[in-house]
Design a protein around this ligand. Structure first.
Ligand code: BG6
Length: 483
């Protein structure tokens, strides 16, 4: 189990704490992975006592038993595991901007501490600076002090660089755990195993055999109540340099020398740095208009709460990028993500080239490997077979693997591994400063270009704007159907 520590949660009254951190701690407690000496110290500006904070969290935990749409849906909360967490909850009312407060709660901290910043992004830099100034990040007598930072990390390359500078002035890189929750998803973590633990994939995982790669993160949710956040953000900033680039790195990185965090993170950073800056002519932005999603009528983005009626913010992005390494010479990577699309579907699809000899004239080259992340979790491999009958005709067959069929698991929210890893000090699934900055550097030309111009409209519930199809059509290719 994890070593003894105090988990200090900044933003104890916030949504992330309720929806993800507490269910994740509960699941970890249920699996016996936490230290008996764990203390969870919640900090926020709200008036709470230890007891009233615990009571509020108990209520939300219980609501998950009848909310099938929550990230965490439990048929029943196991009272033993929840009481275990509950008995360790402590609360302090703190104003994060008040430097005197840091000395006050800091005096309660001994030994190992993980500071979890479940707060709005504007507080990341100031909180880390204050923690540093109060001496709370000093690692003494073998005890660790770590800071977990949520997303969004910057809003462009200069702001991400400035935030890294600010954080690294107070903490050492080894103390900083930058979260990208896509790395907490099981199949994302499995990509390394699939690619490198099997001898049949790695030899063909390159430009000699791969025609192109499609990475999709299609959502059926709209912007919901997040208009104020989403308006200055848009789909590009929200999804591409972070989540989609993490998928890209996992799918395309070179073999790391070891599975140690630094080796894996260096391999990923090298890949991200090899992405050529994406040019505006290689990208398409879209914005949803009213439509029907999963049988429900939904309004246009411009009519969403706290969204400008003439907003130019994109809710969809498709782009083509190139990775400038010998492995990927000439192989395009196509990325697309959007809100209110026809289906929820996150995957990496690797399209192999057709067979080089023409024994089977007309063979379409159907070899396709799909690494499925959400909502299915698994992998599929498509290949040609002979259609039964007297003639030699080809048909397409698919081998499919579903995680749940082979490895039944309790419902995880995706934060369990990440929380556990920052307690045990494994930074493999966290983003290093160079990786984050490389993501922003690659999309910076689009951020610059998209200060003007308009997104293309697409109907909510469709597969995205026509321009996205044209982007691939230009290369004689098409998107896989959003199935
Ligand atoms: C978040 C974005 O980081 O990721 C959201 O801010 C997006 O806009 C979400 O909906 C997607 O995550 P997931 O795990 O639901 O695919």
């Amino acid at each position: 189990s994890a070593p003894p520590c105090t988990l200090v949660v900044f933003g104890a009254g916030g949504d992330l704490t309720k929806r993800l951190l507490m269910p994740a701690l509960y699941n970890l407690a249920g699996s016996g992975l936490l230290s008996e000496e764990l203390i969870i110290l919640g900090l926020d500006r709200l008036d709470h006592t230890d007891g009233s904070w615990a009571a509020a969290l108990t209520e939300t935990m219980e609501s998950f038993t009848h909310d099938a749409t929550a990230e965490f849906h439990a048929a029943q909360i196991d009272p033993r595991a929840w009481n275990w967490v509950r008995s360790r909850l402590r609360y302090l009312k703190v104003d994060f901007q008040d430097s005197a407060a840091y000395a006050t709660f800091g005096s309660r901290l001994r030994g190992n501490v993980v500071f979890y910043l479940a707060v709005a992004a504007r507080f990341f830099g100031p909180i880390v600076t204050q923690l540093g100034a109060a001496g709370l990040l000093k690692e003494q007598a073998g005890a660790f002090r770590r800071v977990v930072i949520e997303k969004p990390f910057g809003s462009d390359l200069p702001s991400a660089q400035a935030l890294n500078r600010e954080i690294l002035a107070a903490a050492d890189e080894h103390q900083v755990y930058r979260i990208d929750h896509f790395l907490g998803k099981e199949t994302v973590q499995s990509i390394l195993a699939i690619r490198f633990a099997n001898s049949i994939f790695e030899p063909i995982w390159n430009h000699a055999h791969i025609d192109h790669v499609q990475i999709t993160a299609a959502e059926t949710v709209g912007v919901e109540q997040r208009g104020a956040f989403y308006e200055p953000t848009g789909a590009l900033r929200d999804m591409v340099p972070n989540h989609m680039f993490q998928l890209l790195c996992m799918a395309a990185m070179e073999l790391p020398e070891t599975l140690q965090a630094e080796a894996v993170r260096s391999a990923k950073a090298r890949l991200a740095e090899a992405v050529l800056p994406i040019q505006p002519e290689d990208a398409v932005r879209g914005q949803y208009t009213a439509g029907r999603v999963l049988g429900q009528d939904v309004r246009a983005y411009r009519e969403e709460p706290r969204v400008a009626p003439d907003s130019r913010t994109e809710t969809y992005v498709a782009l083509r990028l190139a990775v400038d390494t010998p492995r990927w010479a000439g192989v395009p990577f196509y990325l697309r993500t959007g809100k209110y699309l026809a289906t929820r579907h996150t995957e990496i699809a690797v399209q192999f080239k057709p067979s080089p000899h023409h024994l089977f004239a007309g063979a379409a080259g159907s070899n396709l490997m799909r690494l499925q992340i959400d909502p299915e979790q698994g992998a599929e491999l498509r290949f040609d077979v002979k259609v039964p009958g007297p003639e030699m005709r080809l048909g397409c067959a698919t081998m499919a693997f579903r995680y749940g069929d082979i490895f039944p698991q309790r419902p995880y929210v995706g934060y369990e591994t990440l929380l556990y890893d920052c307690m045990v000090g494994d930074a493999t699934l966290f983003q290093r400063a160079d990786n984050i900055e490389a993501g922003w550097a690659a999309v910076q030309p689009l951020l610059d270009a998209w200060r003007s111009g308009e997104p293309e409209f697409y109907a909510a519930g469709s597969t995205g704007p026509a321009g996205a199809d044209a982007l691939l059509g230009r290369d004689g290719r098409s998107w896989l159907p959003l199935a």
